[in-house]
Design a protein around this ligand. Structure first.
Ligand code: S3P
Length: 181
């Protein structure tokens, strides 16, 4: 079996799927850096995701997100957690740089609401869609995009450490990891 060289891991999936918590744990296992797209956007903009949405609107947020993500996708030895909407633009996951392993962390709308409503300053879309129907609809629209990730891992009933261990196992079985710097 040919082993692919791995430079970075990218986690995608709906709000509340555990991208940030799993990403942090996984980075620890790999001895790599962890970077969260939303956190990087907030540092660059000097304000919260919710403030950016409120003051400038979603299209502006998506422009900043695209720029920040493009920079981060050239990082080596990094685990990256995207925001839930990043993977939705056409062709996004197909265009990730070589050496990037992508994982969709799958979660139901019910669980996403339960987990995601704790951090609303990062998730204005969830606040607008607190009704389960709206969240379900948004998730249905997004699934075909998330499905383009190389791997899918269910997070519905699993602890962060278990999801992370599962990803780690896939990575060590299939890839040769670039050495940390
Ligand atoms: C969004 C998800 C959020 C954040 C922003 C938009 C989305 O990130 O980027 O609120 O469109 O799903 P998380 O998925 O990390 O909550």
């Amino acid at each position: 079996m040919t082993r692919l060289e791995l430079f970075r891991v990218l986690l995608v999936g709906f709000m509340g799927s555990g991208k940030t918590s799993v990403g942090r744990d996984l980075a620890g296992r790999l001895g790599w850096r962890f970077v969260d797209f939303d956190e990087a956007i907030e540092v660059e903009e000097g304000r919260s995701v919710a403030s950016i949405f409120a003051a400038e609107g979603e299209p502006y947020f998506r422009e900043v997100e695209e720029r920040v993500a493009n920079d981060l996708l050239s990082e080596r030895c990094a685990v990256l957690a995207s925001g839930g909407g990043w993977a939705i633009a056409p062709g996004r996951l197909a265009a990730v740089p070589k050496g990037t392993a992508t994982f969709w962390l799958r979660v139901s709308a019910e669980k996403a609401l339960e987990r995601g409503s704790h951090e609303l300053d990062r998730r204005p879309l969830l606040e607008q869609r607190d009704a389960l129907d709206g969240t379900r609809q948004l998730l249905i629209e997004r699934v075909p995009h998330y499905q383009k990730a190389h791997w899918t891992v269910d997070t519905e009933h699993s602890a962060v450490e278990d999801v992370s261990a599962q990803i780690f196992k896939i990575l060590t079985g299939k890839y040769t990891r670039a050495a940390g710097e």
